[in-house]
Design a protein around this ligand. Structure first.
Ligand code: ASP
Ligand code: MG
Length: 409
């Protein structure tokens, strides 16, 4: 008998019929002889609606109270799913995040899990009941409700699978797996049977929305046997996210992501002397703004140069006003910003051992007349910043250049 954590996302529990369908999938796993712990999200659209209520009350709502509001969506689905299971003759019991509890830190709206107490859940399993757990929710050391950030129920599920040492953690969603790129833009995008934790981590943080980034981090750390599967198929195969050594036929490139929520700032005429970068990025860090790509070159005459960096579009106006206030202190001539840009990234563990990947990437982009504004790399990815209007063209060109399309049978 194995232990399986099944997580169902918002669209999978989008209405009561779908919740009944989920109950059948849980029963199927039990009939196969496994013990099951279920984790659910709120019904599709519910969390967005709750966020909107908060915004309607005040522009400056308290994040602590936001957590109280947005965590309610999941409480509805655990109760409904427990009922649906009971209706099928499967004993089940709902669990909120604080009944378990998932103990988190204090960062309201994006809390991190510190500890999960599993005695209650284990007793529930032992009594022959299926625990139906609310994802996304936690409780801090002061006993206040917290949430784990949007998409956080993936993280709840993986964390539970890790502490329970589950044999499998299946993430049921509305797509049938992880694709080489977004199939809405590239018709012949291919579903990956397997992808490494590292690649998935890059993909999640670079804009593929299948899994919350933090959940992949946890899966990698605790070697959770993770799968993304469709809840609308009968015998889904999905995509397995695993260690590199568990993949026999490795791909050089596994995926291409596109992130449009990027903005770029250029400080023109900054002094070429020690302390300038520190001043700029210290100001950004103080404001909790995540900087991504940074480009600066030597000044030809050793006196002044330009510095360009990228950041989330949502933080652009805040960053500009901070830099404006600090103009004297940092010392620059002018500031230019652009939010019409997109970051396209090529991801694959094969980059470690293959040469010529960057060359092929730039050639494919240049053949389409796409100008590369900024480049950044890591061991397993190359990202370029381009004008947003070329985003889809670039993704398609790269998908072709690296032959990522579906293989004909
Ligand atoms: N319901 C939450 C959200 O929409 C958490 C989740 O779905 O993972 O972000
Ligand atoms: Mg999700």
């Amino acid at each position: 008998m194995g232990l399986v954590v099944q997580k169902f996302g918002g669209t999978s529990v989008g209405d009561t019929n779908r919740i009944k369908n989920v109950a059948l999938k849980v029963k199927k796993e039990i009939d196969a002889g496994n013990q099951v712990v279920v984790v659910v999200s709120a019904m599709a659209g519910v969390t967005n609606q709750l966020v909107q209520y908060c915004q309607e009350i005040s522009e400056n709502y308290s994040l602590e109270e936001y957590d109280v509001v947005v965590s309610t969506g999941e409480q509805v689905t655990i109760g409904l799913l427990a009922m649906a299971l009971q209706a099928l003759g499967v004993p089940a019991q709902s669990w909120t995040g604080w009944q378990i509890p998932f103990v988190t830190d204090n960062s309201a709206s994006k809390a991190r899990i510190n500890q999960i107490e599993v005695e209650g859940l284990q007793a529930c399993l032992k009594a022959g009941k299926v625990p139906v757990v609310a994802g996304f929710q936690g409780i801090n050391a002061q006993g206040r409700i917290t949430t784990l950030g949007r998409g956080g129920s993936d993280t709840s599920a993986v964390a539970l699978a890790a502490v329970l040492k589950a044999d499998r953690c299946d993430i049921y969603t509305d797509v049938d797996g992880v694709y080489t790129t977004d199939p809405r833009f590239v018709k012949n995008a291919r579903k990956l049977d397997r992808v490494t934790y590292e690649e998935m981590l890059e993909m999640a943080s670079l804009g593929a929305k299948v899994l919350q980034t933090r959940s992949v981090e946890l899966a990698m750390k605790y070697q959770v046997n993770l799968r993304v599967v469709s809840s609308f198929e009968n015998n889904p195969v999905g995509t397995t996210i695993c260690d590199e050594r568990d993949i026999v036929e490795k791909e050089i490139i596994s995926g291409i992501t596109c992130c449009r929520d990027e903005a770029k700032i250029t400080l023109v005429g900054v002094q070429d002397k020690p302390g300038v970068s520190a001043a700029v990025f210290n100001a950004m860090a103080q404001a909790n703004i995540c900087i991504d790509m940074i480009v600066q070159s030597d000044s030809p005459d050793g006196s002044h140069t330009d510095m360009t960096f990228t950041l989330p579009e949502a933080d652009l106006s805040r960053a500009l006003s901070i830099l404006d206030k600090d103009k004297e202190h940092i010392g620059y001539r002018a500031i230019i910003s652009d939010s019409d840009c997109a970051k396209i990234s090529l991801i694959g563990v094969g980059m470690r051992t293959h040469t010529g990947i960057a060359q092929r990437m730039f050639k494919a982009l240049s053949e389409k007349g796409i100008n590369v504004q900024t480049i950044s790399t890591s061991e397993i990815k190359i990202s370029v910043l381009i004008a947003a209007e070329y985003a889809e063209l670039a993704v398609r060109a790269l998908h072709n250049a690296f032959h990522l399309e579906k293989k004909e049978n």
